[in-house]
Write a protein that binds this ligand. Structure first.
Ligand SMILES: Cc1cc2nc3c(=O)[nH]c(=O)nc-3n(C[C@H](O)[C@H](O)[C@H](O)COP(=O)(O)O)c2cc1C
Ligand SMILES: CC(C)CC(=O)C(=O)O
Length: 364
């Protein structure tokens, strides 16, 4: 059975420790950005085209050389072993089976090498990208990048929306600040500056001192393509193009950083305009249906990524739960594409998107 993300969410909520549920579900501040991500999609409608003779469809996209069966990637989310004992291994196997790209979090509770091995055990050509928080010490960032390269990751996704960590009221109320004993951010083990032997795990640092210079340095030290995740201002998108960055993810971190940030689908058109086709633009935040995927693509995204829906699938039913959620996204997107009269993602164009209440006289 293909489980819709909403069903998986209900199951996950019933199964998870409420403190962990709130960690996954929650956002920053008053959770305005979190709520708006989903609401903004509901304010948009698609104008379907008819009689276009699209007898067969193909939902696949190619991103920086990696092929994905669908334009829906797995966004990086931390601490999967809080959701299910198999944690990121289950997520990796499911993403590989579904034929999509997994963006593995640097804050995973499984080391990146084990994650890529799990993905490749299912599908040898499975693509895994590594999400990176640039660390203040270049040698620590360098060691993390080497780990990702050695693990066979094919891109780095640098999260740039976290000069400080967002304030998560739910976690503060629960006093949830640390992983329980036995779980750790495994990529942070045995890094420069900690005693060798595997016992010491460095905390992940957020730094407001990061600048374009750090991105430049990173690009000079790795052959991997570099995407920036968390870009919302068109000027930053233009700068990213000028700096030779390979891709952007329009994201407000699922409403977990700046609570006054716009809904990502509302920020998308200006970023797409600024980039003018020179880079792939991805979007995450509030994508819950195939119609949401179609809207984002029509507005110029090359693909989207989903965060919480994957966590809910994992908590609900491990590897199978994640696979069900991802397969559901593929079939729901295929359905939306067909109903729009499209045969492939590129057929979704900006003229298909209108504001609800904004067509013609606005009578409907
Ligand atoms: C529980 C949780 C953990 C996250 N951990 C990370 C992380 O480690 N690195 C990162 O760049 N983004 C992280 N994110 C943000 C996601 O990558 C993504 O931007 C967001 O979840 C997309 O919104 P959605 O959950 O509405 O799909 C996290 C999000 C959640 C919900
Ligand atoms: C460990 C955290 C930095 C992971 C994260 O980005 C988040 O919880 O939103």
């Amino acid at each position: 059975m293909n489980r819709a993300p909403d069903d998986a969410h209900r199951h996950a909520r019933a199964l998870l420790d409420p403190v962990h549920y709130d960690y996954f579900a929650g956002g920053a501040g008053r959770e305005v950005a979190l709520d708006e991500n989903e609401r903004a999609f509901r304010r948009l409608a698609l104008l379907p085209r008819v009689l276009r003779g699209a007898a067969s469809r193909d939902t696949a996209v190619t991103l920086l050389g990696d092929r994905s069966r669908m334009p829906v990637l797995v966004a990086p989310t931390a601490f999967h072993r809080l959701a299910h004992p198999e944690g990121e291994l289950a997520t990796a196997r499911a993403a590989a089976a579904a034929g999509t790209v997994l963006i593995a979090s640097m804050a995973a509770t499984t080391a990146i090498g084990e994650i890529t091995a799990a993905a490749r055990s299912v599908r040898p050509e499975a693509a895994v990208w590594f999400q990176l928080y640039l660390q203040p010490e270049p040698e620590v960032t360098g060691a993390l990048v080497r780990r990702a390269e050695e693990a066979g990751c094919t891109a780095l996704v640098v999260t740039v929306d976290s000069p400080v960590r967002g304030r998560h009221g739910r976690d503060e109320r629960h006093g949830f600040h640390d992983l329980p004993p036995g779980l750790a951010a495994e990529n942070m083990r045995d890094l420069p500056g900690t005693a060798p032997g595997g016992a010491a795990v460095r905390p992940i640092a957020m730094s407001s001192a990061l600048s374009w210079e750090h991105v430049r340095r990173l690009r000079a030290t790795t052959p991997l393509p570099v995407l920036l995740k968390g870009v919302l201002h068109p000027e930053d998108a233009r700068r990213a193009v000028a700096e030779g960055v390979d891709g952007l993810v329009v994201s407000n971190h699922g409403g977990r950083q700046l609570d006054a940030a716009p809904a990502t689908v509302e920020a998308l058109p200006r970023i797409v305009e600024a980039v003018a086709g020179r880079l792939p633009v991805l979007l995450d935040g509030g994508v819950r249906t195939g119609c949401d995927v179609a809207v984002a693509l029509a507005l110029g995204a090359t693909a989207v990524a989903v965060g919480r829906p994957v966590v809910w699938g994992l908590a609900a039913d491990g590897e199978r739960g994640v696979r069900d959620v991802l397969e559901w996204f593929r079939s729901d997107f295929d359905q939306a594409l067909a109903l729009c009269g499209g045969a492939r993602p590129a057929d979704l164009t900006a003229d298909l998107v209108v504001r609800r209440g904004g067509v013609g006289s606005g009578a409907w």
